[in-house]
Design a protein around this ligand. Structure first.
Ligand code: AMP
Ligand code: GLY
Length: 426
């Protein structure tokens, strides 16, 4: 089969690695890809926001299946356009991608179908949202921009005053552009967070897998939010009972609800959950794999990813038994100095050649220079992923590898997965 994978980050490098292991794969094209994906297939020039360009590339190159990594092209209707052109695709339609691209639609869907989530109200009008905040009890209030804001559209306000300022910034100050024209004001939940993933083909929800990610820039969960500085799987608190509860109360009801409401979901469903005192509740849904969670969970996928994607695209996921092994995996993200603020690029990376064994280094933001040197090209540069029989082993290996790799200004968190290690961390 000839497959086109859309995207260019560490998630897509990890997906490309999983697809490369498939006996069904004849040729892999990655658009636009990065210096890492170039070793697994052919990087092709495309812009992920150019939907017609992607469709004509898939037609010209006689692609048998398109697999979409990031949310933006899904929210823009890439799946719908590919289907019109008769090209099979693994990824939700524009209408199903609203589970991520419109927080208010997702929250209302959850409310209609009894899927547990934080209490909320949606507003299109600044004055009404300010009145609503005024009537709430004093304390933490969550304010979210309705649309896609690259993971940054959420303000956890410590008081009504802060929450009101957040609303004004979003609705009046254009803080998140059009994404902030509608706001969702939510009750603030507390508890451990977990990301849960399952493949879905409209009706069938595959076996799920769970991981934890680290969104803050610095050790101890302080500093600004980032795209993700590390991840590990399985979470130390994840039990078969909890998994069953999450399936029964969240994953299956939401897939059924979407199907019943004419927004049938096909692709990777990502449930971001908070384990509150009253049980697991949804923080948000996403319509694709997490980044960097994909880098750890895909290392536990025993089943052929291409076979899964193909079956899901054809509505035959019920014929595949998706299995995740019980190994542990830890990912440490190596970032450019200054990220998520401003940073320099074009720094040569050393130590990449020394990697072997139960580890992989996925590229998140790199380019290959003409002389073959790999240079930094983004905020998040590399994802060091190690497997092990437990988190301690995987974590120890991952951190040993980070020491072998270097580039000017490199920054990474030293505390990824520390809380999941039973014996004292090294
Ligand atoms: P989101 O972009 O919706 O995933 O939100 C980003 C982060 O904000 C989440 O990972 C949570 O840590 C936090 N968050 C979002 N919604 C809530 C909520 N209702 N209560 C508490 N924390 C939240
Ligand atoms: N790791 C969080 C995300 O992919 O949205």
């Amino acid at each position: 089969m000839k497959v086109l994978l859309v995207g260019s980050g560490g998630r897509e490098h990890a997906m490309a690695a999983a697809l490369s292991r498939s006996p069904l794969l004849d040729q892999l094209l990655i658009g636009p890809g990065n210096a890492g994906t170039a070793s697994l297939g052919e990087n092709v020039l495309l812009s992920i926001s150019d939907i017609p360009g992607i469709v004509s590339l898939a037609e010209d190159r006689s692609i048998d299946l398109v697999i979409v990594g990031p949310e933006a092209p899904l929210a823009e209707g890439l799946t719908d356009e590919l289907k019109i052109a008769g090209i099979p695709v693994f990824g939700p339609s524009q209408s199903a991608a609203r589970i991520e691209s419109s927080k208010s639609w997702a929250k209302q869907l959850m409310a209609r179908h009894g899927v547990p989530t934080a209490g909320f109200a949606t507003f299109h009008n600044e004055q009404e949202s300010l009145q609503h905040i005024h009537a709430l009890d004093e304390g933490s209030i969550v304010v979210k921009a309705d649309g896609l804001a690259a993971g940054k559209g959420v303000i956890i306000a410590g008081s009504r005053k802060e929450a009101s300022k957040a609303v004004t910034d979003m609705m009046h100050g254009g803080m998140f552009g059009d994404a902030g024209a509608t706001v969702v004001i939510e009750e603030c939940m507390t508890g451990p967070e977990v990301s849960v993933f399952a493949f879905v083909d409209g009706q069938t929800v595959s076996n799920e897998v769970a991981a934890c990610d680290y969104k803050r820039a610095y050790d101890g969960d302080i500093g600004p939010n980032t795209g993700g500085m590390g991840a590990y799987t399985p979470p130390e608190f994840w039990t078969p009972e909890l998994a069953m509860q999450v399936r029964a109360e969240i994953l299956e009801p939401i897939a059924t609800a979407m199907d019943a409401e004419g927004a049938s979901f096909t692709g990777t469903l990502y449930a971001g959950l908070m384990l509150t005192e009253s049980g697991p509740r949804v923080i948000e849904f996403n319509c694709r794999f997490g980044d960097p969670e994909a880098q750890v969970v895909l290392s536990r996928l025993e089943t052929d990813l291409l076979e899964i994607a193909l079956a899901a695209a054809n509505g035959k996921l019920d014929q595949i038994d998706v299995q995740w092994n019980d190994q542990a995996a830890v990912c440490v993200v190596m970032a450019s100095g200054g990220y998520p603020g401003s940073y320099e690029t074009g720094k040569p990376i050393s130590g990449l050649a020394s990697i072997s064994g139960d580890t992989e280094v996925f590229h998140a933001g790199t380019v290959e220079a003409e002389d073959g040197t790999v240079l930094t090209a983004g905020g998040r540069v590399l994802d060091v992923v190690a497997r092990g029989s437990d988190i301690f082993e995987a974590r120890t290996t991952a951190y040993a590898i980070t020491q072998a790799i270097n580039f000017e200004g490199v920054e990474y968190r030293r505390d990824i997965a520390t809380r999941a290690v039973k014996s004292p961390a090294p």
